[in-house]
Structures are given as structure tokens and as C-alpha cells.
Design a protein around this ligand. Structure first.
Ligand code: 6R9
Length: 648
């Protein structure tokens, strides 16, 4: 079957880091990357053994680096450590103890800084609070919080006592809280009297109250006073104010050592079908993966102020707000609110005021900033930035270039990082001082990662051809299972190809070895026997001057198998006309080939997205096909968007 998936416009372009960046980088050249990579895959156990010793603090050494009984991995068998001690205690008593660990900015503009020493006190106190409420090793606690210091403290305190946290994104509904709390049988919930989002109060406690009416396992609710909500209802004997229980708690807490395979957290994530899956991560391997990638991919230095805009409700917030970053002793900025409050320049205002040096965000945010216009960015001094990151979906070359020029001033390398909730840590990217970037490609495998592109028969495809992305070697931060569902774990990840992890993404590798993620397999269309990545069509559309954002889905088509339907939002001031529709069809034809020409272009004021910013494609497929919407829309950011699309 011929493959027409290559967009000639985006291939062949290479952007190299400056010599200034290279000089100070952790890995300084392609040769160095290649040498380390070769070491990491030729004798993985030797490599990980050395890394674990160098990067983490262990209370007891391990006997065996890896025990692999497919699909079940155990890393650092017999080793003991405390994850919280690695992220907090080990920086206390060093020159780092008085540097800022967390810099918090609330949406209304309030600020709080915790040094590593102060963070240690807060975490010890909250660990004592949890223990006084009867929480012990292996118990589950749910965290449903705004992005505040207390949210990070709660995660770390849970880790400190060997409990298992499940963070539930603060934008989820009562129904979602109920499902998650019941699935993992949480005994305690940490929440707040509210949070700020675009100037409005998100009433978190009310959602918790509603949810846990049907959650018999919850014994205690701890409530952080974030906004001073006077209408919050507290149940005597179950609900306690955070500040009250913290007041009475001792700041001394001895961290016990736990087995390397002690469960650390469960994070629920949507599967292609059915209810969310509880992805389970454990301690030693996860911490090693996140610590090492933070150090190498973000090139972290003690002088950096790092800001990742992800919420702790997502894996990015777990790995690259809390664990990997604090384990490296870095200064970590967290922001509570929306990027466009009170104005669309809020992020750049934060970067300027806090002199942020490393900035990590998602393509969807980048495209929004592009749409809002450069003049909002130009008002700010962004000269402190030295490295930019992207995560969550393929970044189209147009957005990449805009990010590079307008935000990075042509000076900052961009690390496009491919990974998943399940992989725990970054798997594919370009190390910023070592490798050139190709806008739109995630890049090369991280150390110890062996990705391959397979066809349906389980054979590796030729370079340049599309297929399914698999990871052929176990890695330390891999998921250990789906909570309480062994069968689903095996079926979801290990049954497409026997003994090999299938991630659900389509991909191709180019002649230079760079990986180009095409998007989820279910987002790949088959049009007249040709594979077309929806992401590629989207990228082509966005490269047209009139388009702000696009989402492309398939619609069943009698002759072609699938028709290409495009939902398009236009830049400020552009008129949606039939003429433009025709122009966009031609444009896609020119960018990719006639086969990819859209059958239909629908203009929309906005696209339906989950609160984590992912476009809800299945919903768009239903709309495109004129079907009843089958998908649960409770996670949708704005329901009005759907109504407008159905009309349009
Ligand atoms: C970290 C995170 C995972 C899915 C993944 C893929 C997409 C993430 C990407 C990317 C292309 C990147 N994805 N990063 N696609 N380039 N740099 O987002 O985890 O929420 O579990 O999503 O996101 O499709 O399979 P998660």
C-alpha cells in the first residue's frame, strides 16, 4: 500500500542549538548523546544501575536491577528509598536549603514562596496529619485541589508515608471524583474551599461533598482555605480545615525507607473505550526516570527558574512539576489560573516578573497565543528564557516556528517531548544541547528507550513509512499495571504485539532516525487505501495564514472508506467565506497531496476541548457524521462550543 503521509513542507528543516547553549549543556554534542545512548541500550542493567546510584539517594542498595516477567517489570529489586526524602530532605542541609523550591502565583496575583527548608517543614507536618488520621502505607488518598503549594505538599506527604495518591484534576465533575475515589477506595480526600479560574470561583468542596455521598470508604476530608469561601459546608467528625490540623502538627517526621516497588500513585487516564484506567506507578524506577529526564531534557541548573504550565491533575504535573523537578533541587514556579486572565498576556507577564528560564507548555496553548496576536507577547521582556518545551500532542511546524521566534526570540532550543501517562517520563525528544530539532518531530529516543515502528504483522517498517509506535525494552518509569485490573493492562498494552509495549500512537521514523508522531491510531484516517494522519492535515491547514486552529476527523464514506472533515477556527478578523473554504482545500492538496484534500471544511468559533486541552475528536467525528453524540461531555471545557458546531 503506498504511503502518502509525508508532508514535504515540514521535512528536511533542521534547527540547531547555539554554540552558547551547547557549551553549558549537560550533553553537549550529538557524539556524546550517541555514545551515552549506545551504552544505555547495549547493557541497560549496567546503565540504569549506575544512573540510579548517581541520581537518587537510597537507604538500602538493590540486589537485582531488573526482574522482567513480561509484562511485569520490577526495578531495583530489594532496594529501599523514600521518594519524598529524595525530593525534599536531601536538599536541606546543603546550599540549596534556602533557595526557592516552590514559587506560587495565584490567579488574583497573590504569591507565596517556599524554600526547600520551608517545604520540608510543611511536608513533615502534613505527613504527621495524615498519620494522625490513620493513613498508613498502601492506603489511598485522593487530592482534588487548585494548583497551589498545598497540593504539592499533599503529594509529597503521601509519598513520605508510603501512601498512594490519586490526584483528580480540579476541573473534573463530582461524578468523576466519585468514580475515581470508589475505584481506588480512598480513605481520605484533600481539597480546598475553592480555586480561581478566569475570575470565577471553582467550588471544589461542593463537588467533593456531592461525590462522597456515594463513597463509603472516605473517612476524612482535609480542606485548604484558599479563597475564604463562606458558604463552604463542613461535616463534623469528617471534615477538617487544613490550617487547623497543621497548626497542631509536629514539624518533625522521620521518613521510613520503602521498597523500590512500593506503589507511589494511581493516575486515571482515558482509554479509547470504557471508563478511565487507573495507571499505577511505583517508587524507585519512576523517580529515576523523572529525575534523569528532568536533568537532561530540561538541562536543569541550580540557577534556573523552571515553569511547567501543566496542572498536577495530569501526568505532566506529576513528573515535571512535582517529582522530577524537586528531586533535582530546582526552583519550580506554579500558577493557579488561566492563561488569559485578566488578560491574554498573563503568561508572559509571569515569565517577565519571575525571570523564568525554562518554560514547558502544550501546543494547544501555543496556538491560542498565536491566535491572540504577537503584540501581546511583544510588550514583555522574555530575555530570561533559555529553553522551551512542548508536550501533549504533535506540535505543527507553524506553531513550532512561532514558539521558537516569538517566545524564544530565536535563541532558545525547543524540546518537543513525546511520552504518556503510562511511560511516566519523557521517551522521545531531542536533548537540547546535543541534537538539532526538526519542527514537528519529537526527535530521538531518550537513554534506554528503544522505540520502533511496526506494521500490523509486527514487522519493522522501512524508514519513512508509517506504522505503529512500540517500545521494545522495559524502562524504569514504565507503568506497573492498571489498578485492580491485570487483564485490561495486558489487553491494552501488550496484546497488539506479544511482549512489546504498544502505545496507541501512529508514527514514522525518517532517514535521520527522527520520530514523527502522527497522533493516536484512531486519529489516522484511511482514505482510498492511503493512510493520512489527521495531525498532518491539521498542520497543513494551520500553515495557511487565515487559520488559527484546526481539527480533522474522518467520516465514513462509501467509496473512499473515510472522508476528510476539517473543523477550522480562523484568526481574529478573518471572514469565513466559501472562497476561503476552496482555498483551504487547495492548500491542503498542495501541502500533502490531492488524496488529503478535505471533503468538507467547517468554520467554527472554537473547538471542543477537554479541560486538559486535548481536542475531543470522537465528539467531532459524531458531529461530522451527523450522529447523536455518544461521548460523555462532562470533561468538556465549554459546552456551548458543541452547540455552535452542530448548527454550523
Ligand atoms: C504526556 C502526556 C499521551 C498521548 C500520546 C500522544 C500525545 C504527548 C506528544 C504527543 C506528539 C508529543 N502526545 N506528547 N504526541 N508529540 N510531544 O501528554 O500524556 O495525557 O497520557 O497523553 O499524547 O498521542 O500517546 P497523556
Amino acid at each position: 500500500m503506498p504511503n502518502k503521509t509525508t508532508s514535504s513542507a515540514s521535512l528536511g528543516e533542521k534547527v540547531s542549538p547555539s554554540s552558547e547553549f551547547k557549551k553549558q549543556a549537560t550533553v553537549k554534542s550529538m557524539a556524546e548523546y550517541k555514545r551515552l545512548y549506545a551504552e544505555s541500550v547495549s547493557d541497560p542493567e549496567k546503565f540504569w544501575n549506575a544512573q540510579a546510584k548517581e541520581l537518587l539517594f537510597w537507604r538500602k542498595p538493590w540486589k537485582q536491577t531488573l526482574e522482567w516477567k513480561e509484562p511485569q517489570a520490577k526495578w531495583f529489586v530489594g532496594g529501599k528509598l523514600n521518594v519524598c526524602e529524595n525530593c525534599v530532605d536531601r536538599h536541606v542541609g546543603t546550599p540549596r536549603e534556602n533557595k526557592a523550591a516552590l514559587i506560587f502565583e495565584g490567579e488574583p496575583g497573590d504569591q507565596q514562596t517556599l524554600t526547600y527548608k520551608q517545604l520540608h517543614v510543611e511536608v513533615c507536618k502534613f505527613a504527621n496529619v495524615l498519620e494522625s488520621r490513620g493513613i498508613k502505607k498502601g492506603d489511598r488518598i485522593a487530592i482534588y485541589m487548585p494548583m497551589t503549594c498545598e497540593a504539592v505538599v499533599a503529594m509529597l506527604a503521601s509519598a513520605r508515608i508510603g501512601a498512594i495518591h490519586t490526584v483528580i484534576f480540579g476541573g473534573f465533575s463530582s461524578e468523576s471524583i466519585k468514580d475515581r475515589v470508589n475505584d481506588c477506595q480512598a480513605k481520605l480526600v484533600v481539597t480546598a474551599d475553592g480555586g480561581w479560574r478566569r475570575g470565577s470561583v471553582v467550588d471544589l468542596k461542593m463537588h467533593v461533598n456531592r461525590a462522597i455521598q456515594d463513597c463509603p470508604t472516605v473517612e476524612t476530608v482535609v480542606v485548604v482555605k484558599r479563597i475564604g469561601n463562606t458558604r463552604v459546608s463542613m461535616k463534623t467528625g469528617r471534615d477538617y480545615w487544613y490550617h487547623t490540623v497543621m497548626e497542631g502538627a509536629s514539624h518533625k517526621h522521620t521518613a521510613k525507607a520503602f521498597d523500590a516497588e512500593t506503589p507511589l500513585f494511581i493516575l486515571y487516564t482515558s482509554g479509547s473505550t470504557g471508563k478511565p484506567k487507573g495507571v499505577l506507578h511505583t517508587s524507585g524506577g519512576y523517580l529515576l526516570g523523572t529525575t534523569m529526564t528532568s536533568k537532561y531534557v530540561f538541562d536543569l541548573k541550580d540557577s534556573d527558574t523552571y515553569w511547567c504550565t501543566a496542572d498536577i491533575g495530569w501526568i505532566t504535573g506529576h513528573s515535571y512539576v512535582t517529582y522530577g523537578i524537586l528531586s533535582n533541587g530546582a526552583t519550580n514556579l506554579i500558577y493557579e489560573g488561566a492563561p488569559n486572565y485578566p488578560d491574554v498576556n498573563r503568561f508572559w507577564d509571569i515569565v517577565e516578573r519571575h525571570r523564568v528560564t525554562i518554560f514547558y507548555t502544550a501546543p494547544t496553548a501555543i496556538r491560542a497565543f498565536m491566535k491572540w496576536g504577537d503584540h501581546h507577547v511583544k510588550k514583555h521582556d522574555l530575555s530570561s528564557l533559555r529553553l522551551l518545551g512542548s508536550v501533549g500532542e504533535p506540535i505543527n511546524p507553524e506553531a513550532w516556528k512561532w514558539y521558537y521566534k516569538t517566545i524564544g526570540g530565536g535563541r532558545c532550543p525547543i524540546v518537543d517531548t513525546w511520552w504518556q501517562t503510562e511511560t511516566g517520563a519523557i521517551m522521545i525528544t531531542t536533548l537540547p544541547g546535543a541534537a538539532y530539532s526538526k519542527p514537528g518531530s519529537a526527535g530521538l529516543p531518550f537513554f534506554g528507550v528503544v522505540p520502533k515502528v511496526f506494521n500490523d504483522a509486527g514487522e519493522e517498517v522501512k524508514k519513512g513509512e508509517s506504522g505503529k509506535l512500540v517500545l521494545t525494552q522495559p524502562w524504569p518509569s514504565m507503568l506497573r499495571g492498571l489498578y485492580g485490573d491485570r487483564k485490561r493492562y495486558k489487553e491494552t498494552y501488550w496484546s497488539e504485539y506479544k511482549g512489546i509495549y504498544f502505545c496507541g500512537d501512529g508514527c514514522r521514523q525518517d532517514k535521520d532516525g527522527y520520530f514523527w508522531i502522527v497522533g493516536r491510531i484512531d486519529d489516522v484516517l484511511n482514505v482510498s487505501g492511503h493512510r493520512i494522519g489527521t495531525a498532518e492535515v491539521e498542520s497543513a491547514l494551520v500553515s495557511h495564514g487565515a487559520v488559527a486552529e484546526s481539527a480533522v476527523v474522518g467520516r465514513p464514506h462509501e467509496l473512499k472508506g473515510s472522508a476528510v472533515v476539517c473543523f477550522v477556527t480562523l484568526k481574529e478578523g478573518v471572514e469565513p467565506t466559501d472562497e476561503l473554504r476552496r482555498e483551504l482545500r487547495e492548500h491542503v492538496g498542495e501541502e500533502i497531496g490531492a488524496i488529503a484534500k478535505p471533503d468538507e471544511v467547517r468554520f467554527a468559533p472554537a473547538l471542543p476541548k477537554t479541560r486538559s486541552g486535548k481536542i475531543m475528536r470522537r465528539l467531532l467525528k459524531d458531529i461530522a457524521a451527523g450522529r447523536e453524540i455518544a461521548q460523555d461531555t462532562t470533561t468538556l471545557e465549554d459546552l456551548n462550543v458543541v452547540k455552535a458546531l452542530q448548527k454550523g
